[in-house]
Design a protein around this ligand. Structure first.
Ligand code: G
Ligand code: G
Ligand code: MN
Ligand code: NA
Length: 254
């Protein structure tokens, strides 16, 4: 069967699920949020990681209905955790270029926030640098609408694209996510350390926070702390976890 048909089928039959990876403050290592990460679990088969199906979902436009499911499921989960006493978490959700072209995106998100009894500030949307730089005027328009609703915006994979810094200033964002390619060798590679330091410094000058991705060990943690990075995410703390495991993880950590 063609993968496109299988993806449609997966959405219809509830074979997608979300894993959640916690984000920590550098100072004090408090959990402040989680990033929702999509997985596909076909019955009686191995779980399929997103890089094996998201490109096709994007090419076929299926990322629009799949992405709508992600938004609603992630917010529903945040509300369930809250009812279970796990509060003070923000939910970060990845958006594709297709979703940003949807006129009804702000309304769809607003409705989901309301239905689950949440506030816009409970949500952060991640847009990759390359997506944010594409079609700047309409992107700024829709991102501004979302920001004006009170939703936080983050630029994902920062440093891997070709963003002009003057354009960065125009984007209504609150955070940059430093790409894990700079974090990986940050203690041994002076170029990566310099890029990370410059990114953090630039972000702070613009009033933005920096989230480091792919923090895998104490050396990276130490270096990022020294550089004044605000938030950390990576295997050093936790892999992305299914919802019940994430709840246990947060309870044990706190
Ligand atoms: O889950 P993993 O850490 O393997 O994610 C791989 C890639 O898939 C990342 O670049 C991530 O941004 C992307 N991704 C994960 N979940 C979603 C999603 O719900 N929507 C979109 N558009 N991308 C996602
Ligand atoms: O592109 P984005 O940042 O949205 O996707 C996050 C991706 O990074 C997911 O595939 C997730 O599984 C992966 N990831 C999360 N933490 C780490 C880490 O510490 N090291 C590596 N190599 N990948 C990570
Ligand atoms: Mn992301
Ligand atoms: Na990333």
């Amino acid at each position: 069967v063609r993968t496109e048909t299988r993806l449609r089928d997966a959405l219809e039959h509830g074979h997608f699920l979300l894993h959640y990876q916690p984000q920590f403050t550098t100072i004090g290592e408090h959990i402040v949020g989680v990033e929702a990460l999509l997985r596909w679990q076909p019955p009686d088969e191995e779980m399929v990681p997103p890089n094996q199906f998201i490109p096709l979902a994007e090419d076929t436009g299926l990322i629009v209905p799949i992405g709508a499911w992600v938004i609603d499921e992630a917010l529903a989960q945040l509300a369930r955790w809250r009812s279970a006493g796990i509060d003070g978490l923000r939910m970060s959700i990845n958006l594709s270029a297709h979703q940003l072209r949807l006129r009804e995106l702000p309304r769809l998100i607003g409705r989901s926030i309301e239905q689950h009894g949440l506030q816009p500030a409970d949500l952060e949307l991640e847009v990759t640098e390359s997506v944010a730089m594409r079609d700047p005027e309409s992107t700024i328009g829709i991102l501004t609408q979302l920001r004006d609703m009170g939703i936080a915006l983050a630029i994902d994979d920062f440093g891997t694209g070709y963003s002009s810094l003057s354009y960065l200033k125009l984007l209504p964002i609150s955070r940059l996510k430093l790409d894990r390619s700079f974090v990986h060798d940050i203690e041994s590679n002076p170029n990566d350390a310099a890029i990370s330091a410059a990114t953090i410094s630039l972000a702070h000058t613009l009033g933005l926070e920096v989230v480091a991705e792919g923090v895998e060990g104490p050396a990276q943690l130490g270096m990022l702390t020294q550089l004044g990075c605000d938030l950390l995410q990576g295997y050093h703390f936790s892999r992305p976890l299914a919802a019940p495991a994430l709840a246990d993880f947060v309870r044990d950590w706190r």
